[in-house]
Ligand binder design. Structure first.
Ligand code: S3P
Length: 186
């Protein structure tokens, strides 16, 4: 029976691993992740949604009632727990990959894909929802620009980078599938 490590196996190299999407708010992690999961016949999880379920509160309420530090603790625990599940597609919250322990556990158990989008694209998309506490401020676009600069050095540590452009989501899904074919375990 061929295994994932057997070069004669026809299974794609990423078969045994969770695919985790990282990147900024508005990069399309949830929308694209759900479609990617459908295409691969895998389950889809969204760390923000799992935190909300566990807390029984929205992200905005967690931030306002308990503070960002508490949210980050919950986020770290939730991602660690999700990574124990069989291979799936995981959309991580935009700040999750900045945590060194989360980066480490993702490195060990997942293939990380940075969904990279330019500031104007991110800004256009995030304006559609007012559910992101970090952008509830008068200078939201400037702050988003600041987050782009501050976070790029972290996101660029992901295993793969795929550009998230406007247009049909299937284009981004196919770009991820193509990038995954190039992935090799260390
Ligand atoms: C955050 C991104 C959000 C959510 C929270 C904080 C961030 O997730 O986790 O509002 O720090 O960038 P999305 O990236 O899914 O919007």
């Amino acid at each position: 029976m061929p295994s994932d490590s057997d070069p004669s196996s026809s299974a794609p190299p990423f078969q045994g691993r969770t695919i985790a999407l990282v990147g900024l708010m508005g990069a399309g992690k949830s929308t694209v992740g759900r479609r990617l999961a459908d295409k691969l016949g895998r389950n889809f999880y969204d760390s923000d949604h799992e935190i909300e379920k566990a807390a029984g509160l929205s992200i905005s309420d967690i931030f306002s009632l308990h503070g960002e530090a508490d949210f980050r603790r919950g986020e770290k625990q939730v991602i660690r727990r999700l990574l124990e599940l069989p291979p799936h597609v995981l959309a991580t919250g935009g700040g999750a990959y900045l945590d060194p322990e989360t980066r480490q556990v993702l490195r060990e158990r997942a293939i990380t894909v940075w969904l990279n989008a330019d500031l104007e694209t991110l800004w256009r998309r995030v304006q559609k929802r007012d559910t992101r506490p970090l952008l509830q401020r008068a200078d939201a676009k400037d702050h988003l620009a600041h987050l782009v600069l501050e976070r790029e050095p972290f996101y660029s540590q992901a295993d793969l980078v795929v550009h998230s452009k406007d247009g049909p989501h299937t284009h981004t899904v196919n770009a991820i599938l193509k990038a995954l074919q190039t992935w090799k375990s260390e």
